[in-house]
Design a protein around this ligand. Structure first.
Ligand code: SF4
Length: 71
């Protein structure tokens, strides 16, 4: 499922500590292209070729549980 892609530059990817997540969905509001609620009921980082830094930084900033970080 998680395929590693060869890229010219290192991919900066957000990661989630779902153990801390309270499912407030604030990250989905801040960066709807990056975060989604999966079928298992957890927030998941969408697989993208690149991530919108500003939107992810906002999600990191506003996540009440501090569970999002750059990998
Ligand atoms: S903003 Fe943080 S606590 Fe809220 S759903 Fe996203 S990861 Fe979970």
């Amino acid at each position: 499922m998680h395929m590693e892609k060869k890229l010219d530059r290192p991919l900066k990817k957000p990661v989630l500590d779902i153990g801390l997540c309270t499912l407030c969905e604030g990250c989905i509001e801040m960066a709807p292209s990056v975060f989604m609620l999966n079928n298992a009921g957890y927030i998941e980082v969408v697989d993208l070729d690149s991530y919108p830094e500003d939107a992810v930084d906002d999600a990191i900033k506003y996540c009440p549980e501090d569970c999002i970080s750059w990998e």
